[in-house]
Design a protein around this ligand. Structure first.
Ligand SMILES: [Zn+2]
Ligand SMILES: [Zn+2]
Ligand SMILES: [Zn+2]
Length: 325
């Protein structure tokens, strides 16, 4: 990564559009339009009533335009020197709230916790499908971050392979563990807690850091303080604490960067390797402030115009006390 201190950017230096919820036009995720999505896979909060009707608090449906199809076999085959397989996978949408005006940051902590439970329940269910090796949860918030619908939602894609970026991270962690018999993420947390310069926030069970070598300005990593190798195998206090940490982080980001578009991803252990000493699950949150351009495509380097220590300081100092939880 290249930290470009010469042109160090403060939050106000980034040219961007704040994410605004217009609420115009038809929305398939609002109450009353349940029949306009594929039939629901999961819904919380609707006590009794028929499926695919209003009354839910979190609702999970198949993506209407899935990147991968749920039916069929992988049929791995060679084509000369090339390898191919069918695009088999699950692609689901987690509708985080029935309220069109809410964002994940403005939801009550309890509602965020329900979203996390929905992630967990869906991952646990998809793990029963022997074709899948990885379940990736991610969110695109705002046009600039790739969201096609403004109603707050996240996505889950279950894949028949472990994605390259995740695999590289796991392999790096495995390598470190082999040498030192310690988890690299636990070591990072330990060291960052000692210096404090890149710590954004902390609660009983979670810590948020600006990574030492960020790809993007104001990138944040949210990690459990105690070693844990998989997101889905936790007790309820963990999700409750994670929901509080999530809300705090997103509100800080909204305050400092004026409601930016953002992405987040959940990195957890592959299916079948859930319990291990070397990998430590976490969320990576990336506000969309810069464009990935030729240099990045050509090299794999990223130029980050805000040092992580400065980003952490801005985020730490944000006043989010007036917003109720
Ligand atoms: Zn809506
Ligand atoms: Zn660890
Ligand atoms: Zn990661």
């Amino acid at each position: 990564m290249i930290i470009s201190t010469d042109r160090a950017k403060r939050p106000s230096d980034f040219v961007r559009e704040s994410v605004k919820i217009e609420g115009k036009g038809f929305c398939p995720f609002c109450y009353g339009n349940e029949s306009k999505t594929p039939p629901e896979i999961l819904a919380y909060g609707r006590n009794g009533g028929p499926r695919n009707t209003p009354g839910w608090s979190v609702r999970v449906v198949p993506n209407k335009f899935p990147a991968l199809g749920i039916e069929g076999d992988l049929d791995r085959e060679g084509e000369g020197m090339f390898d191919r397989m069918n695009g088999v996978g699950a692609h689901e949408v987690i509708i985080e709230t029935p309220n069109h005006q809410n964002t994940l940051a403005t939801l009550p902590v309890r509602a965020i916790e329900e979203v996390l439970w929905a992630y967990r329940d869906r991952v646990l269910d998809l793990k029963n499908d022997k074709r899948f090796r990885y379940a990736l949860i991610f969110k695109n918030h705002g046009d600039a971050a790739g969201a096609s619908l403004e109603h707050s939602h996240s996505q889950l894609i279950a894949l028949p392979i472990v994605p390259k970026r995740v695999l590289e991270e796991i392999e790096g962690a495995r390598h470190y563990y082999r040498e030192k018999e310690r988890c690299i993420f636990c070591d990072v947390i330990h060291q960052e807690t000692e210096t404090g310069v890149r710590v954004i926030g902390e609660n009983d069970l979670f810590i948020t850091l600006a990574p030492y070598a960020p790809r993007f300005p104001f990138e944040m990593w949210l990690l459990p303080k105690q070693h844990g190798s998989s997101f889905e195998n936790n007790q309820s206090p963990v999700y409750a604490s994670l929901a509080r940490a999530f809300k705090d982080n997103l509100m800080r980001m909204d305050a400092v960067l004026d409601h930016p578009a953002y992405n987040f991803v959940l990195h957890t252990s592959p299916i079948g390797e859930e319990s291990n000493e070397h990998y430590h699950w976490h969320f990576e949150i990336m506000p969309k402030l810069t464009k990935v351009a030729g240099f990045e495509w050509g090299t794999g380097f990223y130029i980050c115009p805000t040092p992580p220590e400065e980003a952490a300081q801005f985020l730490r100092q944000a006043d989010v006390s007036t917003v109720s939880t």
